[in-house]
Design a protein around this ligand. Structure first.
Ligand code: ADP
Ligand code: MG
Length: 250
């Protein structure tokens, strides 16, 4: 049975509660709480090394938290098979990691084929539909190397979406791109957000954080220092640390 082509997945909320993680003596997450309402975007900002990437990896259980809970739609997922959780959360990184010897369409079809048991023909049609959504249908049979960095990142987003995730994580998805290519990727992310996807976006793009996200989380040294609506964060920051950070990046 296949549900790929027609179902619209219901958006889900994501909650991390009291998340702790240490690598040896290095306490990287020290009791992080985060809640993302269904269909909204939360942007995570903060200095390098503050634990933002680790938080995403804990939330999809690439690292198991030392303590704390993770819930989708209010139901804890810690007892589930981590692979099930990872199928529900799509992830896009700074490095696109496309397979160089496969066509763009095959890169996207691979996940549905291997992880969801979709037939070859259907995986191809899923791939083509996703490529259409990211504006790259004409590149289906090209190799990744023949695409710009921005196009490759849009393929990586299409690859994640082909798994029909309920939540999308972006970890500095535009940081490796040439400046002129950043806009197209941000526009695609904004489009996804307005389409009602639940998203957690780690970014240095303060314009995106301010204009697209529903909620902003500021992390420093493994804790959430301040959280609020973008207007609050960008015009009325309460903590000295956040004000200092913003004065450095804006
Ligand atoms: P950010 O994404 O905010 O820059 P990270 O989550 O990447 O921060 O890193 C936070 C801290 O965790 C850093 O001190 C980093 O060295 C450490 N860290 C991250 N991943 C690992 C790992 N796999 N093993 C050991 N230390 C790690
Ligand atoms: Mg990081």
């Amino acid at each position: 049975m296949s549900t790929t082509s027609t179902t619209t997945k219901q958006a889900v909320s994501l909650t991390g509660t009291g998340l702790h993680l240490a690598f040896g003596n290095n306490k990287v997450l020290k009791g992080v709480d985060i809640h993302v309402d269904a269909g909204t975007t939360t942007t995570v900002i903060g200095p390098s090394g503050s634990g933002k990437s680790t938080l995403l990896r804990v939330l999809n259980r690439l690292h198991e938290p030392d303590s704390g809970d993770i819930a989708l739609d209010g139901r804890s997922v810690l007892q589930d098979n981590p692979d099930d959780l990872r199928k529900r959360i799509g992830m896009v990184f700074q490095q696109f990691n496309l397979f160089p010897h496969k066509s763009v369409a095959d890169n996207i079809a691979l996940g549905p084929r291997k992880l969801r048991g979709v037939s070859k023909e259907e995986a191809r049609s899923v791939a083509l539909r996703q490529l259409e959504l990211v504006g790259l249908a004409h590149k289906a049979d090209a190799r990744p190397a023949n695409l710009s960095g921005g196009q490759q990142q849009r393929v990586a987003i299409a690859r994640a979406l082909a798994m029909e995730p309920q939540v999308m994580f972006f970890d500095e998805a535009t940081s490796a791109l040439d400046p002129e290519l950043v806009k197209g990727v941000l526009a695609l992310m904004a489009e996804l957000a307005s389409g009602g996807m639940t998203m957690v976006v780690v970014t240095h793009e303060m314009g995106y954080a301010r204009n697209v996200s529903d909620h902003v989380v500021f992390m420093d040294r493994g804790v959430v220092v301040e959280t609020g609506k973008p207007e609050q964060i960008f015009t009325a920051a309460e903590s000295e640390r956040l004000r200092t950070f913003l004065s450095q990046v804006l």
